[in-house]
Design a protein around this ligand. Structure first.
Ligand code: ATP
Ligand code: MG
Length: 439
């Protein structure tokens, strides 16, 4: 017999089938043994009756999280006993044969069958191998996978070519202290903290490129939205007439991702009581205006336009209140707060750049880049950086490159905010932070 998935069992009423999975719970009711069996597609109830002596003996041995193979008859559950909450709740499997195929060496440290599963973050992550078996935890990663799938899908649809760029770099090109230094044979190297330069090289050839890739940040943060390794959803596009086009594209991208999650992950969202409201046009406001709003409406003062995380939270509340939008674009960041390659605005104090805030947290930064060789050179010098250090980067511009821009978008923050997770780390299988390098 070939194995079918548990989600398919309702299609086989009256037939003998084979399924395999993990035992979530075993319940003994008088002489009957009930087993909730879980595989990657869902959960179903299996029943063992004492008449089947051999199977009954095996079933008596079974504990939570044993992996078993079961052959049995799919039966309709009589009206009252049907479980409405379960997609397979209207059927059960009357077990004919059963085989234990893997058993835990020791008792599991936590009860993974608990539907609420309110563990503290440390326990959740320390026992990651085990806690991932919980259905509510798994739901996070199904949504995460949907976000990745939707991102690639919409990028391809919009004519972006997928590229992969190196993560081991010879120098800490963009400057700053947030690089991890590594030993690379007999020289030192650095882990990439952005694919910025390489995706610009990409647009100089392919016009539109995107990358889903690892980003490393040696930031000693202890916040609910930072980790030291994350997956960036990057994009860069050429032949733009201004950075509004980059925002247009990112807006379409976010709409596509959210609609795709809403459509394909209904039961996963439900586990968190999460809702994805109908997408509305994203308001775009200048950072200077945002700072005024914060001051007038919330009495919050921002020094030197350097908006902090509380400011982002409040301006997000304002966008919800005034525009019914979960998103808001803040635009025209000051020159001194943006990287050297940012395109200056007509007023050179500012830049043609933006941040995208989603439910109170920055999820993306982007903008138009300087594409003229001489201008870039001038800007590097103005910032007292050394042009020699940027030789490879400057080469991209030496040979001509059209006006372009793009964004860096954090994949895990999207999932964190969709589900309202307390920490970004919950949305990462095996997160890396200042203190955590295992499991
Ligand atoms: P923040 O101000 O929140 O520290 P940033 O401005 O330093 O973020 P960018 O360099 O703009 O981050 O990176 C682009 C996007 O990548 C961010 O908007 C965010 O979604 C994500 N990101 C940046 N740093 C981290 C991090 N340490 N952990 C998780 N995601 C991150
Ligand atoms: Mg940013």
């Amino acid at each position: 017999m070939t194995r079918i998935l548990i989600s398919e069992t309702p299609n086989f009423v009256g037939k003998i089938i084979e399924i395999a999975g993990w035992v979530s719970v075993r319940r003994d009711h008088g002489k009957l043994i009930f087993i909730d069996l879980r595989d990657r597609s869902g959960m179903v109830q299996a029943v063992v009756i004492p008449d089947k002596e051999e199977v009954y003996k095996i079933a008596k041995d079974i504990r939570s999280e044993y992996a078993v193979k079961v052959a049995g008859l799919v039966k309709e559950r009589p009206g009252k006993s049907a479980n409405e909450k379960l997609a397979t709740g209207k059927v059960e499997i009357e077990v004919e044969e059963m085989e234990i195929i893997a058993r835990p060496e020791e008792e599991l440290p936590v009860d993974v069958s608990d539907p609420e599963f309110n563990l503290n973050l440390e326990t959740l992550l320390d026992y990651r191998i085990v806690t991932l078996r919980n259905e509510k935890v798994q739901a996070i990663f199904k949504i995460y996978a949907q976000v990745l799938e939707a991102y690639s899908e919409v990028m391809r649809e919009r004519g972006f070519l997928e590229i992969k760029t190196p993560k081991i770099l010879s120098s800490a090109t963009e400057g700053g202290a947030n690089f991890f230094k590594i030993k690379y044979f007999n020289q030192e190297a650095f882990l990439a903290q952005s694919p910025q330069f390489y995706k610009q090289a990409g647009v100089s050839v392919f016009e539109r490129v995107f990358e889903v890739g690892s980003v490393f940040r040696a930031e000693p943060h202890f916040t609910s939205r930072h980790v030291n390794e994350y997956i960036g959803l990057d994009a860069e596009m050429a032949f733009i007439s201004g950075f509004a086009e980059v925002m247009d594209e990112l807006e379409k991208t976010m709409q596509y991702i959210l609609e795709s999650v809403a459509k394909n992950c209904r039961s996963e969202l439900e586990k968190y009581g999460a809702e994805i409201p109908t997408f509305v046009p994203i308001p775009r406001i200048k950072l200077t205006e945002a700072v005024e709003i914060l001051s007038n409406e919330y009495g919050k003062k921002i020094e030197n336009l350097d908006i902090d995380s509380e400011g982002e939270k409040l301006i997000s509340q304002w966008a919800k209140k005034e525009h019914n939008s979960d998103f808001v674009f803040l635009t025209h960041y000051p020159y001194n707060l943006r990287p050297f390659y940012s395109m200056p605005s007509a007023d050179p104090e500012y830049t043609e750049t933006f941040d995208l805030i989603y439910r109170g947290v920055e999820i993306a930064s982007g903008g138009q880049r300087i594409n003229n060789y001489q201008e870039l050179l001038k800007n590097i010098k103005k910032r007292k950086m050394k042009p020699e250090q940027f030789k490879d980067y400057l080469d991209i511009f030496k040979y001509g490159i059209p006006p372009h821009g793009g964004w860096g978008l954090g994949s895990e923050r999207i999932v964190q905010k969709i589900l309202g997770l307390g920490s970004i780390k919950e949305a990462i299988l095996f997160p890396r932070d200042v203190k955590r390098l295992t499991p």
